[in-house]
Write a protein that binds this ligand. Structure first.
Ligand SMILES: O=C(O)c1ccc[n+]([C@@H]2O[C@H](COP(=O)([O-])O)[C@@H](O)[C@H]2O)c1
Ligand SMILES: Cc1cc2nc[nH]c2cc1C
Length: 360
């Protein structure tokens, strides 16, 4: 592995078990039925472990939206043209995309990042663009590798550094998002190589692809997986062969979550593929991740199961941009409020909760 990447990863330490134990105990004292906030309780305990502090705060939260183009779009695997990536990315900088509206409501700061959009972007002033362009889009992986190993590593390191910047600014929670026409094709190909599964069951319609397009998309992915799989020795090889700059950067964001001890919310399908790449690069990285929703893309649930992460929301969403991750933020905030401020059994003078006995 690349020495710089190895250096970054050497800083990772496990979540703090003591803070997690204290958090579990606190939940047990809250005057409500045991475990009745389900996964929300587990997520608050997880956050306590990541932050090494049982006093959980989610005050400062940021969404990193990685924008990039994918050469594979040339093959007719998407419903819209590649130019849409740049237009939506520019709109994000003006606060005018679905996720920007949701993030405003949820109190999340938005950071659009150009990881590799096919043209230069103009920035609006609402959420200024962060320019980390690796190249003007990847290459068409049905003809040649999408990127070089060096580009894949640089994109991963960029993701790690973005988390370093959030850490320096005092962020308590990070959310992942992406924008890139064609990135469900790259994601299905990466998922098939990681899971060693037939891409048929891992490939869906992405952003509204029609029937003829779906047949084409499946064929393109199947051929690429067959061609590249013998030469893919590690995750960097997989990213170089069929990945994207958004996927590689998001992989770095998840690794960065573990390095800088900031919980990172997954979004949908693309984000879950990056999360699995990070987990494979650094096993245990998933302990720093929080699943938000289950994408309607066919691989959405499969990837979360592989990562052993429990989502908070199932709403048939598949928009991307970080919309699912943002939808989970108010839920986590509500759970954190109950955890931090709700009376205990002792406060309200009820004997500690005992489950009712089964009627005989
Ligand atoms: O997050 C998801 O689960 C998701 C599922 C399907 C599509 N998307 C979004 O749609 C775009 C990719 O779709 P496509 O068909 O161009 O590959 C990309 O910009 C994603 O943000 C996102
Ligand atoms: C309009 C549009 C917005 C998106 N946001 C994320 N992916 C997208 C794809 C399209 C086509």
């Amino acid at each position: 592995m690349n020495e710089e990447l190895k250096d970054y990863l050497s800083a990772i330490q496990q979540p703090d078990k003591k803070a997690m134990e204290t958090a579990r105990l606190r939940w047990a004292h809250v005057a409500k039925p045991l475990n009745s906030l389900g996964v929300l309780e587990d997520d608050i305990v997880k956050i306590a472990g990541i932050r090494e502090n049982s006093l959980v705060t989610l005050k400062k939260r940021g969404l990193l939206i990685l924008c990039a183009d994918n050469g594979i779009v040339e093959e007719g695997v998407t419903q819209t043209g590649m130019e849409v990536t740049a237009v939506v990315a520019e709109n994000m900088t003006r606060g005018n995309s679905s996720v920007c509206i949701m993030a405003k409501r949820a109190g999340v700061d938005v950071f659009p990042v150009d990881m590799g959009v096919a043209r230069d972007l103009e920035s609006g002033s609402t959420y200024p663009l962060i320019n980390r362009k690796i190249a003007y889009g990847t290459k068409n992986f049905s003809k040649t590798n999408a990127m070089t190993r060096n580009e894949a590593v640089q994109a991963i390191i960029t993701g790690i550094q973005l988390m370093g910047e959030l850490s320096e600014k005092g962020y308590d929670l990070a959310a992942t998002g992406e924008m890139g026409i064609g990135n469900t094709t790259t994601s299905s190909a990466v998922a098939a190589l990681l899971l060693k599964q037939d891409p048929m069951g891992l490939t869906g319609r992405g952003a509204g692809l029609n029937d003829a397009g779906l047949i084409k998309k499946r064929k393109v992915i199947q051929e690429a997986v067959a061609r590249y799989s013998p030469n893919c020795q590690d995750e960097i090889d997989i990213l170089s062969a069929v990945g994207g700059f958004d996927l590689a950067g998001m992989t770095g964001i998840f690794l960065g979550g573990a390095i800088y001890r900031i919980p990172v919310l997954l979004d949908g399908f693309i984000s879950a593929v990056a999360a699995l790449l990070a987990e494979r690069i650094y096993p245990g990285c998933r302990d720093f991740m929080i699943a938000s929703h289950v994408s309607a893309e066919p691989a959405g649930r499969i990837l979360l199961e592989e990562l052993e992460l429990s989502p908070l929301i199932q709403a048939g969403m598949c928009l991307g941009e970080g919309t699912g991750a943002i939808a989970a933020v108010p839920l986590l905030q509500m759970a954190a409020d109950v955890y931090s401020t709700m009376s205990s059994f002792e406060d309200i003078e009820i004997e500690a909760y005992k489950p009712m006995e089964e009627p005989s």
